[in-house]
Design a protein around this ligand. Structure first.
Ligand code: IPD
Ligand code: CA
Ligand code: CA
Length: 266
């Protein structure tokens, strides 16, 4: 599998930040942790990884802008390109010693996501995609699952943080989905949820109240693995709107329909 120069830059940056996260994961009890909002933690490990990604990506492509979880917007001279970065997606898992977390890097060109890396350093799983070039897990080409019945499907979801509202809606959606699927999973890293759908490990995924850095890379992974991606209304406002629904064509359509069903008392 030949990677373009820009994807190589992203992979190298993710690996370097991944080594930093892996070291910190081994000494998680010594990390300084602070609270950004109810149930929403940030640690020294998040900031260190972000510093590495910022330095590596800036060095490789001077002038590109950034949207990063901890730094926010960093304008660049080149307004055609922007990195969208979550240095540690799955901080809660990380801080609890659960090895399900990732680094997520997307490159946006003229408003379109053209390259993506999601890396889980604890499992050494590297997901990559380039627009039109397919999605890969390490060297293996990915394809979304072929299941077509919701009753056979395992669907991932996200549970909104305490402070973010949306709990009422989530419970209604969960109740609808639970009634129709084979199983539900909550991994705790939206970037990995999307990567798992791209890899066919989960048949679909939905979540609301997300941020652009949670989903930017994963959107391209799913699309390049042949999957369908929309917001929860079937539109394409995933980055700014914060909701996302994914799956193969049939599961995506069925999941959208199920999420919208009026809840009937049981
Ligand atoms: C979180 C994870 C989680 C999702 C949360 C996100 P963070 O990101 O992606 O799966 O449910 O809404 O905020 O805070 O660990 O980077
Ligand atoms: Ca995140
Ligand atoms: Ca994060």
């Amino acid at each position: 599998m030949a990677r373009s120069a820009i994807l190589n830059v992203m992979v190298q940056a993710a690996m370097k930040a991944g080594r930093s996260l892996a070291r910190d994961f081994g000494e998680v009890q010594n990390l300084q942790v602070s609270l950004k909002g109810p149930g929403d933690y940030v640690s020294q490990a998040d900031r260190k990884a972000e510093d590495i990604l910022f330095a590596e990506l800036s060095k490789a492509r001077a002038g590109y802008g950034f949207l990063m979880e901890e730094r926010g917007v960093v304008a660049g001279e080149d307004d055609q390109h922007r990195w969208i970065v979550d240095p540690l997606d799955g901080t809660t898992n990380f801080l609890h010693g659960i090895p399900v977390f990732s680094i997520s890097i997307a490159l946006e060109r003229q408003g379109q996501i053209v390259a993506a890396v999601v890396y889980n350093p604890a499992m050494d799983e590297l997901y990559t995609a380039e627009r039109g070039g397919g999605a890969f897990l390490n060297d293996r080409r990915l394809r979304v699952s072929g299941r077509t019945k919701l009753s056979d499907a395992v669907i991932g979801c996200g549970v909104p943080h305490l402070g973010r509202g949306h709990h009422g809606n989530f419970l209604l959606e969960l109740r609808n989905v639970m009634g129709e699927v084979a199983g539900i999973r909550r991994l705790g890293s939206a970037a990995l949820d999307l990567a798992y759908v791209a890899a066919g490990r989960m048949d679909g995924f939905w979540e609301t109240a997300l941020s652009p850095w949670d989903v930017a890379a994963g959107i391209l992974l799913v699309r390049e693995a042949g999957g369908f991606v929309s917001d929860d209304k079937g539109g394409q406002d995933m980055l700014d709107g914060g909701s996302i629904v994914v799956g193969n064509e049939t599961i995506h359509r069925a999941l959208l329909k199920t999420l919208k069903k009026p809840v009937t008392p049981r």
